[in-house]
Design a protein around this ligand. Structure first.
Ligand code: SF4
Length: 337
């Protein structure tokens, strides 16, 4: 496998800045309203409406990185873990699964080179190092699972559970309708359709796993391939950091409640680099409050669509934004949406 993804140069962002900043960019028109939102779309809009516009209205993809490819490969391996017989759930079998997953990803990349996986590694050494990092995460997962078995935990009730729920209507958004579908790496799908459908909030999401705890409580679980955040700030800031991390899981919990008819009582983030897990109870009052925040973000998105205005909101996260070279906040000569 090492060498299979090697190429000469990593993909760079398009330099077609002026064209994309302009209304004559050939992009899809903003003639609608988002039909459904995912936790990634909510997070993107809350971070920066201009970022949301690039990702979910123009449908631009961020170039892949080694970290995003690692996330895709490791999540896919872990989703297959519970298809193995209990006696085969060891590191050797997971390495085999990893090889199969990578073979599939390499085949997809050959079929559609715009995925850009083949351009992520300059040398075989770089690729080998990346493979070892992935296998370390997979090995950590085996340890986490083994400890969970010792604590009386069983197999999840669901793995990679896709859920969609329509939360009911509200105001209309001038008959506008933009289709958003979560794709790889939280990117938009490419559908935009005109519609006169009344405003109705649809939320969609894929939860990594849904567990039944030994005490009967349902638990939503999300895997992270990174490290647990370094909580070195004030108590209030540390709390805010973890609240933000858990917000996505609360959306999943709300979806589980609506789709399966049972509210989860617990949520867990599993950081595979470490590894470390953080678990929180979900209080009954939390889910209505999450729904309220979703509705408020939905209203803001609808307002942005009506006004055709997605102002940039700069923050330290701009340092990691792949659209900086076309963003009016970084070049006033570019037209703001
Ligand atoms: S660079 Fe910053 S302000 Fe511009 S789109 Fe990205 S996140 Fe928004």
């Amino acid at each position: 496998m090492p060498g299979a993804l090697m190429s000469t140069r990593a993909a760079g962002a398009s330099k077609d800045v002026a064209a994309l900043g302009s209304r004559k960019d050939g992009s899809r028109p903003v003639e609608g309203m988002v039909r459904s939102i995912s936790p990634s779309a909510v997070a993107a809009f809350q971070q920066c409406p201009q970022l949301f516009y690039y990702r979910y209205i123009l449908g631009l993809k961020s170039p892949p990185t080694r970290e995003t490819l690692k996330g895709i490969a490791v999540h896919e391996v872990l989703s297959l873990f519970f298809t193995l017989e209990e006696g085969s759930r060891d590191i050797g079998h997971l390495h085999e699964l990893f090889r199969k997953v990578m073979t599939g990803l390499i085949a997809q990349d050959k079929e559609d080179p715009s995925r850009g996986y083949g351009k992520l590694f300059e040398t075989q050494e770089e690729e080998k190092k990346w493979v070892v990092e992935c296998l370390d995460l997979v090995a950590n997962f085996v340890r986490v699972e083994s400890d969970a078995r010792d604590d009386g935990e069983g197999d999840p009730e669901h793995v990679e559970l896709r859920m969609t729920h329509e939360f009911g209507g509200g105001e209309t958004a001038a008959g506008r309708h933009i289709v958003e579908e979560e794709g790889e790496g939280g990117q938009a799908g490419d559908g935009v359709a005109a519609s006169n459908t009344a405003w109705s909030m649809n939320v969609t999401g894929i939860v990594d796993r849904l567990d039944r705890c030994p005490d009967g409580t349902l638990r939503v679980v999300d895997y992270k391939t990174g490290k647990i955040p370094n909580l070195k700030y004030s108590e209030a800031t540390n709390q805010r950091i973890m609240d933000e991390k858990f917000f996505q899981l609360q959306i999943y919990a709300l979806l589980v409640e609506r789709v399966l008819g049972e509210a989860p009582g617990e949520m867990r983030l599993v950081y595979l680099k470490g590894p470390a897990s953080v678990t929180r109870k979900i209080e009954p009052a939390a889910l209505p409050s999450v729904e309220g925040e979703l509705r408020s973000t939905w209203d803001e998105i609808a307002g942005s669509v009506r006004r055709d205005s997605f102002p940039p909101r700069t923050s330290r996260l701009c340092d990691w934004c792949s659209f900086q070279d076309r963003c009016p906040a970084f070049d006033p000569a570019l037209e703001e949406r």
